[in-house]
Design a protein around this ligand. Structure first.
Ligand code: CTP
Length: 402
């Protein structure tokens, strides 16, 4: 996602400056090209040599450093960048940007550019809650800067509170958000993800192998592209993407209730959850004790959530999933028609790189006209964007028909 994206990372003088090294490594690992600007105070905390080695680029520290090359750093860096990130950002740099002060390379460069800019404040909790700092942060938000919330926890000054640099993974996700095209801006997207659990008794349940990875990747991608995402998730041990609303459920009945409560507001509904088709007829209050050689379980049908929406979907785009072990296309097409979906995403459990719990998928996207597109093995994040690209074509067609 960040392959060949050009990031200019500004580092200012706070104790969290050492974490900029880790951030740079993570950016390089994601395929980004990184150039670093350090303020004078930043160099008290971490050396330019460290940053040069990790970024594999010259580090910029002084506005006059390249005077003999006739290359004005603040202008060339602004031209180079797809996005700017300041991490950590001190109260000082935030105040300077908010007041239009350019008295060093970083503040001057930020003033001389109009690229997406992410600011990651990190400072003592009292400094952060200072009304002047807060006013500066709000001013920058109004001018379109993306500002991350600082994390809570132990601070270097031995107090506990809000002011820590956010986790590196969260900063990377936020960089992806500021760089993503906003082609789903204002679109309400409802996504279900993960397995369901159908209890037999307080300690046992019926479930399936779904990890939630495909649904969570879709939620993250839709959010990045500007959608207002509601994620309804069965039990999954994944970190939740920073979407509008998350509803955690356990059983198919709970998922059914949550979906019915929210789907009317949605423009797009993506049912990536692996919903259990059956539940035990009786869920025992107490643990079932062994008794005799055999135990028969009576199962009853769960509501078919997507089929129910399909009957009353109006202008909404309805997307389902089909995981098959044989006759992939025929089975998926049949499901699409039967449940009145607009798109179905089919995959074959037997195919290498597809299926549950993997980070990759091999999908075929089929639409109502019967057309299908088979995509090769890709990460679930790439697959999510490919699915959204197809949905975009349909929402475009529906808008044109209105
Ligand atoms: N689905 C649903 N509610 C259910 C079961 C499935 O909404 N009770 C949705 C899934 O989220 C997915 C699609 O339906 O989008 C899968 O279709 P389905 O025919 O139910 O797949 P399977 O359960 O795998 O069906 P079968 O066992 O018949 O292959």
């Amino acid at each position: 996602m960040l392959t060949n994206k050009k990031i200019v990372l500004g580092i200012t003088g706070g104790i969290a400056a050492y974490k900029a090294a880790e951030l740079t490594r993570a950016l390089i690992k994601e395929g980004a090209k990184v150039k670093v600007i350090m303020t004078e105070n930043a160099m008290e905390f971490i050396t330019p040599l460290t940053m040069q080695t990790l970024s594999q680029n010259q580090v910029y520290t002084d506005i006059f450093m390249n005077a003999d090359e006739y290359d004005m750093a603040h202008i060339s860096l602004a031209d180079f960048a797809d996005a700017f990130v300041i991490a950590p950002a001190t109260a000082n740099i935030i105040g300077k940007i908010a007041s239009g002060i350019g008295d060093d390379l970083l503040s001057t460069t930020i003033m001389a550019q109009d690229k997406p800019t992410l600011i990651c404040p990190a400072m003592n909790d009292k400094m952060l809650s200072n009304p002047i700092v807060q006013e500066n942060i709000n001013k920058l938000k109004k001018f379109g800067y993306a500002i991350m919330s600082s994390a809570e926890g132990e601070l270097a000054c031995k107090t506990t509170g809000k002011g820590r640099l956010p986790d590196i993974a969260d900063i990377i996700e936020e960089i992806k958000i500021i760089l993503a095209p906003k082609d789903f801006d204002g679109v309400n997207v409802l996504i279900t993800a993960g397995p369901t659990e159908e209890p037999l008794d307080p300690v046992r349940f019926i479930t399936n192998l779904s990890s939630g990875k495909m649904g969570y990747a879709l939620a993250a991608a839709a959010h990045r592209r500007g959608a207002k995402v509601t994620l309804i998730s069965g039990p999954a041990s994944l970190s939740v993407p920073p979407v509008e609303k998350v509803v955690k459920v356990r059983t198919a009945k709970e998922m059914h209730k949550a979906v019915m409560e929210s789907y009317k507001k949605a423009d797009v509904i993506i049912k990536a959850a692996a919903v259990a088709d059956y539940r035990p007829k009786i869920s025992a209050e107490e643990k079932i004790k062994k008794d005799g050689k055999k135990l028969s379980l009576e199962l009853e049908r769960n509501p078919d959530i997507i089929a129910e929406i399909g009957k009353n979907k109006g202008n909404r785009v309805l997307v389902g999933f089909a995981m098959e072990t044989q006759n992939l296309l025929a089975n998926a097409r049949q499901k699409l028609t039967k449940k009145n979906m607009d798109l179905i995403v089919a995959n074959n459990l037997r195919e290498e790189g597809a299926g549950f719990r993997t980070d990759t998928n091999v999908i075929t996207i089929i639409d109502r006209t019967g057309q299908s597109e088979s995509l090769g093995k890709m990460t679930k994040i790439e697959a999510a964007d490919a699915i959204l690209d197809h949905i975009k074509k349909i929402t475009g067609r529906k808008r044109n028909r209105k």
